[in-house]
Design a protein around this ligand. Structure first.
Ligand SMILES: C[S@@+](CC[C@H](N)C(=O)[O-])C[C@H]1O[C@@H](n2cnc3c(N)ncnc32)[C@H](O)[C@@H]1O
Length: 233
C-alpha cells in the first residue's frame, strides 16, 4: 500500500506547525506522496502553504485523488527531476520514499533538493524492511532494505535534528530534519526542539500509535485531529 506507519508522523506535524507559526511554510513539496497521507494529516497545520506533490506512479494520481489534495501534482521520478523547473520551496517532505532508490541516488537527490528547499523533513525505515512491488508499482520495491541510523546520517546532509525509534531487533523508523543555510539551520533546530517538547507533553496516548490504517478515512481523520490538538496548543 502506498502508505507508511504512523510512527514519527506527529513529530513531523509538530515541526511543520512550528515552522508555519514563524511564517516559514509558504510552499511544501511532498516527494512520493503515495495515497497523499501527508497532505491529509498536515495541510491544516500549514494554513498559508501551497502543497505540491511529486509522484512517480501515475495511476496513484486518480486512485488516491491527489489532484484534490494538492495544489499541484507532478508525475515524475525524483531522481530525474529538474529541480530548477520545480522552483523553490520552504519544506520538502521525503516520507518513506528514499529507501526506494539506492543510497547513492538518494544522496544525489538530497544534494539537488537542498539547493531548492530551505528545510527538509524525512522519514526512513531503519533495519530490515524488505518490500516488493505493490499494486503493480515497481517503485514500491525497497532498493535499500536494511539501513542503519548511521547509514542514514551518512546519506542525509546537514542534519539538524531527529529521532531514531527502533525496537530490540534494531527495526524501526527514523525521522530526520535538515537544512543547509546557517540561519535556516538555527530556525529548524529550534522548531524541532519545540516540536519534541510538544509531543512529549501531549496527553493523547493515540499519538504514540505505531500503526494507523491511513486508507480508512475515519481512522486517518481521528489521527489528524489528535496531532492537531497536540501541536496547535
Ligand atoms: C511507501 S510510499 C510512501 C507514501 C507517503 N509518502 C507516506 O509516507 O504515506 C512510497 C511512495 O514513493 C513513490 N516513489 C518511489 N520512488 C519514487 C521516485 N523515484 N520518485 C517519485 N516518487 C517515488 C512511490 O510510488 C510511493 O508512492
Amino acid at each position: 500500500m502506498p502508505i507508511s506507519i504512523a510512527l514519527g508522523k506527529p513529530l513531523i506535524g509538530a515541526v511543520l506547525a512550528r515552522l508555519s507559526a514563524r511564517g516559514q511554510t509558504r510552499r511544501v513539496v511532498d516527494m512520493g506522496p503515495g495515497a497523499g497521507t501527508y497532505a491529509d494529516l498536515f495541510r491544516g497545520l500549514t494554513p498559508d502553504a501551497t502543497w505540491c506533490a511529486v509522484e512517480v506512479w501515475g495511476p496513484y494520481v486518480e486512485k488516491y485523488g491527489l489532484q484534490d489534495k494538492y495544489d499541484q501534482v507532478i508525475v515524475a521520478d525524483v531522481r530525474y527531476l529538474d529541480f530548477i523547473k520545480l522552483g523553490p520551496s520552504d519544506v520538502m517532505l521525503f516520507g518513506d520514499m528514499l529507501e526506494h532508490m539506492s543510497a547513492n541516488e538518494a544522496r544525489d537527490v538530497l544534494a539537488r533538493a537542498a539547493m531548492k528547499s530551505r528545510f527538509m523533513a524525512l522519514s526512513i525505515p531503519i533495519g530490515q524492511w524488505p518490500q516488493d512491488e505493490i499494486e503493480g508499482n515497481p517503485f514500491e520495491v525497497h532498493v535499500e532494505d536494511d539501513l542503519s541510523h548511521a547509514d542514514i546520517q551518512d546519506i542525509v546532509p546537514d542534519l539538524c535534528g531527529g529521532q531514531a525509534m527502533v525496537n530490540d531487533q534494531g527495526q524501526g523508523l527514523g525521522v530526520y530534519f535538515a537544512a543547509t543555510n546557517p540561519a535556516d539551520r538555527d530556525t529548524l533546530a529550534a522548531a524541532v526542539v519545540e516540536a519534541e517538547d510538544l509531543i512529549a507533553s501531549a496527553t493523547s496516548d493515540g499519538l504514540n500509535a505505531v500503526a494507523v490504517d491511513f486508507l480508512d478515512p475515519d481512522a486517518k481523520a481521528a489521527f489528524r485531529d489528535r496531532i492537531a490538538a497536540s501541536v496547535m496548543a
